[in-house]
Design a protein around this ligand. Structure first.
Ligand code: FAD
Ligand code: SIN
Length: 538
């Protein structure tokens, strides 16, 4: 096995990981250098597909204020958002957006060169900045990737999966990685490991998330003993294009509703006023359940979005990618109805962190969608995720600047025993049908741990997930990336299901049909290995 050492290792090259790399390189003393690892190629991540935009609470936007953004975020969060997290992230929005501009991100501007602000559901004012019309994630990611590639102080490993954290006496001392192309392991020692590994959408049959969103960071942090928060809170986006084309479903941005599009049935009858006075612009969990209910009542696989009421020149200019993707599928959105249905989209739960990205394990940090800072509570407000990615990347860099980053020297017995698992463990070399196992897991999660849950469905899911585990004879070492991802999906699915079973109320995106009430006593759910029901690893 190869060994190396770095002062800081960032795992994940979405917007959180890329921006953290740039800010850490700018500010932190790194005697042993900085390494960015990604299991994909640089530039492939959830971030790349973000459409609607990023919250910009900008000083020059007179209509807006941090007080208003804080209030909207807390209302959408169904009572579970942490005020301090919301305040901190909102108050840093202006500063990080201006920094992104300096890094070369070009947000869309009007004819007078002023930033354009759009509106999305549950925002009381226009405050969403966008880029390339509906290609905000790609535009931000490309600008940051360019800077990272140009920076010779940032080493990059592509096609490399973090498979286990090296933790001894509750201190993270490094990470074990696997290169899927060379089929080689490497141990990297470091005093600061930052997880920026994104979300979990691929746990579900229908998702807007690309293939890599398999909950890896969450599973390896859990295995290492980190505390997890609010694992039951999965956000389902109301309007994914209800046409299957590959591993995920294409998103029809909430911003289309923000610009005036209406939800309707096949006959064009609008239905949102039956569910909420804010209609199409009600919080996501409400719109999702409304659509789900309409689909059930009409025994249909989708409802429709009618964007023909938006000026067609504006529609094509503002949403060029959505327009083109729908046209590819035979739908001209300037006059045809768009078939849409909910899909798993975002994860509010994750590795519990404070605002500096610190987890419960010394030397282990988490930022972006993998982390749970408490910002989103039970239901994320649109476009707050990209904002959280950049603000938390900024703040972890600021925190690391205050530390002396010394690479750990002591290799104790615990560390040796972790590494032994990967050098000596004999694998049962049976060919496993991972695509089939993955499909079964996605069906279980969609049917039983989805938009609506109850005790019976959750208990069924636990039984079925345990059966899947029995058909997967791996604990630590796996044969390839596909197997590592499945291992991580199983662990994360079990954690979500168990937390969903434990929360006996409905709140935000967690809707229990057997416990429809929202309790007055609002608490985060916390779990770790000592409380897990799942003995995947001891
Ligand atoms: P990601 O961008 O998902 O990056 C994770 C990275 O980690 C990837 O590079 C991946 O390869 C790597 N990785 C994962 N596991 C491993 C491992 N084991 N080893 C090594 N590397 C690993 N949010 C908004 O605020 N506004 C929007 O408009 C918006 N639109 C969206 C549209 C779509 C279609 C989707 C899917 C999401 C959208 N979101 C939006 C949510 C937002 O894009 C994500 O929450 C955010 O981009 C997450 O960024 P991240 O850096 O945390 O993770
Ligand atoms: C969208 O464009 O609808 C997605 C925005 C988000 O997830 O924040």
């Amino acid at each position: 096995m190869r060994y190396s050492k770095y002062s800081t290792v960032i795992i994940g090259s979405g917007i959180a990981g890329l921006y953290a790399a740039l800010k850490i390189e700018q500010q932190v003393k790194l005697p042993d250098g900085l390494l960015l690892i990604t299991k994909s190629k640089l530039g492939e991540s959830n971030s790349r597909y973000a459409q609607g935009g990023i919250v910009g609470v900008m000083k020059e936007n007179r209509a807006d204020s941090t007080a208003s953004h804080i209030s909207d975020t807390i209302k959408a969060g169904a009572g579970l958002s942490d005020f301090n997290a919301v305040k901190y992230i909102s108050e840093h929005s202006d500063e990080v957006i201006k920094d992104l501009l300096k890094f070369g991100v070009e947000f869309d501007r009007d004819e007078n060169n002023n930033l354009c602000f759009t509106r999305e559901a549950a925002h009381s004012v226009r405050r969403i900045l966008h880029s390339g019309g509906d290609a905000t994630g790609k535009m931000i990611e490309q600008a940051l990737c360019k800077k990272v590639k140009e920076n010779e102080n940032i080493d990059i490993y592509e096609e490399t999966d973090a498979v286990e954290l090296i933790v001894s006496s509750n201190e993270c001392k490094g990470v074990l990685v696997y290169n899927d192309e060379k089929m080689e392991y490497e141990t990297i020692y470091s005093p600061a490991i930052i997880l920026a590994t994104g979300g979990i959408g691929q746990l579900y049959k229908y998702t807007t998330n690309p293939a890599g969103a398999t909950g890896d960071g969450i599973a390896i942090a859990y295995n290492a003993g980190a505390v997890m928060q609010d694992m039951e809170f999965v956000q389902f986006h109301p309007t994914a294009l209800a046409i299957d084309c590959g591993e995920n479903r294409f998103l029809i941005s909430e911003a289309v509703r923000g610009e005036g599009a209406k939800l309707c049935d096949a006959d064009g009858v609008e239905f949102m006023s039956k569910y909420d006075e804010r209609k199409e612009l009600a919080p996501r969990d409400i719109v999702t359940r409304a659509i789900f209910n309409e689909m059930k009542e009409h025994n249909s696989d989708n409802v429709y979005l009618n964007a023909s009421c938006i000026n067609s020149t504006m529609l094509k200019k503002r949403f060029p990618n959505i327009y083109a993707k729908c046209l590819e599928n035979g739908i001209d959105i300037s006059h045809d109805f768009i078939p849409v249905a909910p899909a798993a989209h975002y994860y509010m739960g994750g590795v519990k962190t404070n605002l500096q990205g610190e987890t419960s394990i010394k030397g282990l940090y988490a930022i972006g969608e993998t982390a749970s800072t408490g910002l989103h509570g039970g239901n994320r407000l649109a476009s707050n995720s990209l904002l959280e990615c950049v603000v938390c990347a900024y703040s972890v860099a600021k925190y690391l600047k205050s530390l002396e980053l010394k690479t750990p020297k002591q290799i104790d017995e615990k560390i040796m025993s972790i590494l032994d698992r990967y050098s000596n463990e004999d694998l049962i070399l049976d060919e496993l049908n991972i695509p089939e196992l993955k499909k079964q897991l996605q069906d279980i999660m969609w049917n039983d741990v989805g938009i609506l849950r109850d005790e019976h469905s959750l208990m069924t899911a636990i039984t079925e997930l345990k059966k899947l585990k029995n058909n997967f004879p791996r604990t630590y070492k796996c044969l390839n990336r596909e197997e590592y991802e499945f291992r991580n999906m199983l662990i994360t699915s079990m954690l979500i299901t168990n937390s969903a079973l434990t929360r006996k109320e409905s709140r935000g995106a967690h809707c229990r049909t057997d416990y429809p009430e929202t309790l007055d006593n609002c608490v985060h759910s916390i779990t770790d290995k000592t409380h897990g029901v799942f003995d995947f690893v001891k």
